[in-house]
Design a protein around this ligand. Structure first.
Ligand code: PMP
Length: 316
């Protein structure tokens, strides 16, 4: 799908996966003018294929496009294009329990710009790939707290899914992996005292059965899984608060978990704070709050539990 001066996107085509042509002075290449989304298609036992809350991705892309001074497809254009892509690739959606099909919408400035400024042409493309289930709820993941490299600054672009948000986390994530950690816990850049999120996931703590997660006030991505888990937890009778969560509280929690389209809901086995010489272990496995929330979320996503919220969208 392409758009120029008028700000309206035209209908696009379905093409085989392949390279695209870009001018060397395209806005995306030089200044990172781009936002993207990630969502998944799940196959049910009865072979029907479901998307999870694609309208939420459409709305978030729109917000991101505004922040990055780009026009965006309408919500309807976005959802229809995602559906069309999912239908065309339906045979690649893995069987239930064996993974899902990840769908990646990407909006970018493809027009030529030499100075900082909006590109005169924009392209919206969607591609997809089958992915394995990332979930490790038996053992849980081991995380490390990063105190030198920050993901997002106040009034920056951390609250939208800008392509450039991922550049600052490369080094932290690669270094963490090299040391055997699954991911990094980023702290707020303003004080360094509060936890923000993982590299591609939101973070929750559970203490005495009360759930808390940092607020999405500009430096944290408003995750769609985060929003869904908050709703599921409230429906299940848990108290949930969106508030600043200090590093001390993280270390004192009973359970910690990450949420995101890729990780779904993944319990955390331990958090290490190298600069304090501390490693804390958490409860994981059966009978935990995170396990109950995981069961409900994946039940709805896979059609195992009736979707009374209208979150799932069947393709075709
Ligand atoms: N934070 C960041 C930085 C992310 O990249 C993601 C993945 N989109 C999330 C949180 C989780 O968001 P969602 O649940 O919408 O996938």
């Amino acid at each position: 799908m392409k758009c120029c001066d008028g700000g309206e996107f035209s209908q696009g085509n379905l093409n085989r996966y392949g390279n695209i042509e870009l001018s060397p002075s395209a806005g995306i290449l030089n200044y990172g003018q781009g936002v993207f989304e990630g969502l998944k298609a799940y196959r049910r036992e009865d072979e029907r294929v479901l998307l999870f809350r694609p309208e939420e991705n459409a709305k978030r892309l729109k917000k991101g496009a505004e922040r990055m001074c780009m026009p965006s497809p309408t919500i309807e254009q976005f959802v229809n294009a995602v559906k069309e892509t999912a239908i065309a690739n339906k045979r690649w959606v893995p069987p239930p329990g064996k993974g899902s099909m990840y769908i990646r919408p990407l909006l970018m400035g493809t027009g030529n710009v030499l100075g900082i400024g909006p590109a005169p042409e924009y392209t919206f493309i969607i591609y997809s790939s089958p992915v394995n289930s990332y979930h490790n709820h038996e053992g849980g993941l081991n995380l490390v707290v990063e105190d030198k490299l920050y993901r997002a600054v106040t009034s920056g672009t951390g609250g939208v899914k800008a392509v450039t948000n991922y550049a600052p986390i490369y080094k932290a994530k690669i270094d963490a992996k090299a040391k055997g950690y699954a991911d990094v816990v980023f702290l707020d850049a303003a004080t360094g005292n509060y936890i923000e999120e993982g590299s591609t996931s939101n973070i929750f703590i559970v203490k005495d059965n009360i759930i808390a997660t940092p607020p999405t006030n500009g430096t944290i991505l408003p995750g769609i899984t985060r929003k869904s888990i908050i709703e599921i937890a409230l429906d299940s009778g848990y108290q949930v608060t969106e508030r600043a969560v200090s590093l001390e509280e993280l270390l004192d929690a009973d359970e910690v978990f990450l949420t995101g389209t890729a990780v779904v809901l993944n319990p955390i086995a331990s958090v290490t704070v190298p600069y304090k010489g501390i490693r804390t272990e958490y409860r994981t496995g059966a009978e935990t709050v995170s396990q109950k929330l995981y069961e409900t979320l994946t039940g709805i996503q896979s059609g195992r539990i009736e979707d009374t919220k209208g979150w799932t969208v069947e393709i075709e």
